[in-house]
Design a protein. Structure first.
Length: 328
């Protein structure tokens, strides 16, 4: 959920400067082949275990990608989204935007295999980053090199997920400001939104656009009226259980069709439609739509590497959890 409150511009830019310094200092601790000596088979174990699961249940790829995204946007990519709530603390996992996350059992299964080979060596944060990459690759998406060396955080706070995760109801100003606080620019926003080419959403994520956009029982004028008719057939007022494909017809395959849909005003969320309200981002959308995603795979890989370095814990920070849902 994005509050919509704006920082004074001078404070906002000071915050960005501080975040960029932190981003670069900690991201320096990540490197390719980080486990080459301490757990040489780590990446192949993670790939093989993930492949066994995704080959049977390819629809898990989208939730695993989303889980990595939700992890990195709150406290950085430190595995905090994996932690369970305790008697004294409600964790990110129980925040409303994360209640629909799926695939925690995949991370647990992978962690179990890695722990058997190399106890106490590979972090849950690194496992999540690799599983997200491997899952996307296994459904015809791009492959990218993942620098490793993340450590696991010990803190996970429900309210931080509410204020740091982009809302499906966000406008372009809110989205750009939120992405900027994570070291991500307009192009990264355009590119990472393309992750909506896979997966599904409950009707509640967009039903206001169909039935009550301004509180007067109206529809969202920015959405293709023919698409509204189709969505109303699937989602009746008050429907909280039905799932709708975000990229109708190819929601199990990582492709460039998302941009064609957004260009035709058929993006499912307000945050998708909002991409057309910024000149730079709109140009990117129409470029990918008109060239069959000519640069999307390469761009997505680059933005995922960039996002995956945000706010990481390295060196002696944090810990290597024995179980991903529990601090040691």
């Amino acid at each position: 959920m994005v509050t919509g409150q704006k920082l004074p511009s001078f404070l906002f830019f000071q915050l960005i400067l501080v975040l960029q310094v932190l981003y670069h200092s900690n991201a320096q601790g990540l490197k390719l082949g980080y486990y080459h000596k301490t757990c040489p088979n780590a990446e192949s174990i993670i790939w093989n275990t993930t492949h066994q699961i995704i080959s049977r249940a390819p629809t898990l790829a989208a939730p695993l990608l989303r889980m990595h995204f939700h992890d990195c946007f709150v406290r950085g990519c430190d595995g905090s989204v994996l932690l369970n709530s305790t008697k004294t603390n409600q964790s990110e996992k129980d925040a409303f935007p994360n209640l629909s996350l799926r695939g925690f059992h995949v991370i647990d299964a992978v962690k179990s295999e890695v722990e058997e080979a190399c106890p106490g060596v590979v972090s849950c944060a690194d496992i999540l980053a690799l599983v997200a990459r491997d899952s996307v690759s296994m459904i015809q998406g791009p492959f990218w090199e993942v620098p490793l060396g993340r450590r696991d955080g010990r803190v996970s706070i429900l309210n931080e997920a509410l204020t740091n995760l982009p809302s499906p109801f966000a406008n372009i100003t809110q989205l750009k400001q939120l992405f900027a606080t994570k070291g991500l620019n307009e192009k990264d926003l355009a590119v990472l939104s393309g992750g909506h080419t896979v997966g599904t959403s409950h009707c509640v994520g967009f039903s206001n656009r169909l039935y009550n956009f301004t509180g007067k029982g109206d529809t969202d004028p920015s959405m293709d009226p023919n698409y509204i008719v189709k969505l109303k057939q699937k989602c009746k007022p008050g429907d909280n259980t039905t799932l709708v494909e975000m990229d109708p017809g190819s929601f199990k395959t990582f492709d460039d069709n998302y941009y064609t849909l957004v260009a035709k005003r058929r993006g499912l969320f307000q945050s998708d439609a909002a991409l057309l309200n910024d000149a730079v981002i709109k140009a990117y959308v129409f470029l990918q739509a008109s060239t069959h995603g000519s640069t999307f795979a390469k761009d997505f890989a680059a933005s995922m590497v960039k996002m995956g370095k945000f706010g990481v814990l390295t060196g002696k920070q944090g810990e290597i959890r024995k179980h991903c849902a529990l601090v040691n």
